[in-house]
Design a protein around this ligand. Structure first.
Ligand code: 5AD
Ligand code: SF4
Length: 453
């Protein structure tokens, strides 16, 4: 017999990248049929999931201290209901596995990014175990059930998941590709997300149609190496990202497309052509370079050079002259000298970025770069990061200033904090603040830009 309360509350805390945001939504979709409604208040949650990120810094330590804070919510409630069940999901769960339960025995469930389609099964098991123990005599110290599922299963989670139910707002994410075969020497992603996999075209078109039916007009296609997308069509052919973008752009009601994140070695002609020919593809391209030094790029196992990156940017700008470029940078990779860092500053100057993300190198357990002897001292990393960010911020401000006086189409995403204010996105991913009525949320409106910062 299965007995489930009618309504239960779910709270998921999301760390890290946009794919985790997407995964969080899909997790809550899978739990709806079991009666779980999402709540913004973790104190009232029956199930709390931390969807974790392992990319940088002391990610695992942060998760353990967050778990420590959640302990109080495990106690039975005043109304007699049991305390919250606690799950750890995402890349820290994948990397740490069993260890999490060893260190924090109050955790009920640990599952990785490739197994969350099995979440309903796992939760049912835990619920039934709880029910069974409620009836058991108190002195019989029954062992608490704890579940760990960090396989890379043969079945594909996307074939098993229930259809998604809730885009929040007019702009949505859609994972089209997952995993990474690049093995940059600093990065945990190939270990936590597994091998590259592209979802079939038909499945993605169906998901996009459902999003559009719910009012979405902008979709960001997600993948760890999204431009390595090679999806199967119904006719047994494969399609690249540019072709997929064109297919999606034909869907009535879809006005804008974006994609992230890309690797320089996966550029294909169809993607360049999409920037030239597909007006629904927004003129913004996130193409990480990480470093401007060929020596460091080789040590990072990036398998591209400074020059090959610059050639890509040049060709992209030929295709789409107004293209805004953004990038990721790492400073203080082992062996980085002042000259290597100067090469990074110099490539930034050559490219001129509209936006960027920059980080101090963070040694990740299990990645090859941890074993390089020549680690850069923390204070040097900090100084370099500050210098790089100063340059990147100035470029971003200059880019924003260059759009003043222009008329741009802005997708109004939400109401602002101030009464009567709306927040939207320009084609170039700029956050745009305007005065306007709430009914404009979800619409694309022409805006004259008066100020940029
Ligand atoms: N240290 C610092 N930054 C890292 N990134 C990935 N791994 C590390 C690391 N070990 C950065 C890269 C990547 C972005 C998602 O995170 O710049 O593009
Ligand atoms: Fe990590 Fe490199 Fe793969 Fe990007 S391409 S996810 S940085 S290994």
């Amino acid at each position: 017999m299965q007995v489930f309360p009618v309504s239960k509350k779910l709270f998921i805390k999301t760390y890290g990248c946009q794919m985790n945001v997407y995964d969080t939504q899909r997790m809550s979709d899978t739990l709806k049929p079991l009666g779980y409604e999402t709540t913004a208040d973790q104190d009232e949650a029956d199930l709390i999931i931390l969807n974790t990120c392992h990319i940088r810094e002391k990610a695992a330590e942060k998760v353990y201290s967050e778990l420590g804070r959640l302990k109080a919510l495990k106690a039975p409630r005043e109304d007699g209901s049991p305390g919250a069940m606690i799950g750890v999901a995402g890349c820290v769960a994948q990397a740490e596995g069993e260890e999490i339960i060893k260190r924090q025995p109050m955790v009920d469930l640990v599952f990785g990014p490739q197994t969350y389609h099995r979440l309903p099964e796992l939760i049912r098991e835990l619920e039934q175990d709880r029910l069974a123990k409620e009836g058991a005599p108190k002195n019989k110290k029954a062992k608490k059930l704890r579940l760990v599922d960090t396989d890379f299963p043969v079945e594909q989670k996307f074939d098993e998941l229930v259809p998604e139910t809730h885009p929040e707002g007019p702009a949505a994410f859609l994972t089209v590709q997952e995993g990474c075969d690049k093995f940059c020497s600093f990065c945990v992603v190939p270990y936590t997300r597994g091998a590259e996999f592209s979802r079939p075209v038909g499945q993605l078109i169906d998901e996009a149609k459902r999003l559009i039916d719910k009012g979405v007009c902008e979709i960001t296609l997600l993948g760890q190496n999204v431009n390595a997308y090679r999806g199967e069509t119904a006719f047994g052919k494969t399609m690249g990202l540019g072709e997929l973008i064109n297919e999606m752009a034909d869907l009535p009601g879809l006005e804008r497309l974006r994609f992230t994140t890309s690797h320089p070695n996966d550029m294909t002609d169809d993607l360049y052509e999409a920037f030239r020919d597909q007006p629904k593809l927004m003129p913004y391209f996130h193409l990480p370079v990480q470093s401007g030094s060929d020596k460091i790029l080789a040590a990072m196992n990036r398998k591209h050079t400074r020059q090959s990156y610059l050639e890509i940017i040049h060709r992209l700008r030929e295709m789409r002259p107004d293209l805004a470029i953004s990038g990721d940078f790492i400073v203080g990779f082992p062996g980085e000298t002042d000259q290597d860092f100067a090469d990074t500053l110099n490539i930034v100057t050559q490219v001129s970025y509209a936006a960027a993300y920059s980080f101090k190198y963070s040694p990740r357990p299990g990645t090859p770069a941890v074993n390089i002897d020549d680690q850069v001292p923390e204070d040097v990393k900090s100084t370099r990061l500050a210098m790089l960010q100063e340059l990147l911020n100035a470029q971003q401000e200059a880019f924003n200033a260059s759009t003043v006086g222009r008329r741009m189409s802005v997708l109004m995403e939400r109401q602002g904090r101030k009464e009567g204010q709306l927040v939207g996105r320009s084609p170039y991913m700029q956050s745009v603040h305007v005065e306007g009525p709430a009914r404009l949320v979800g619409q694309i409106v022409d805006i004259d830009v008066t100020e940029g910062k």
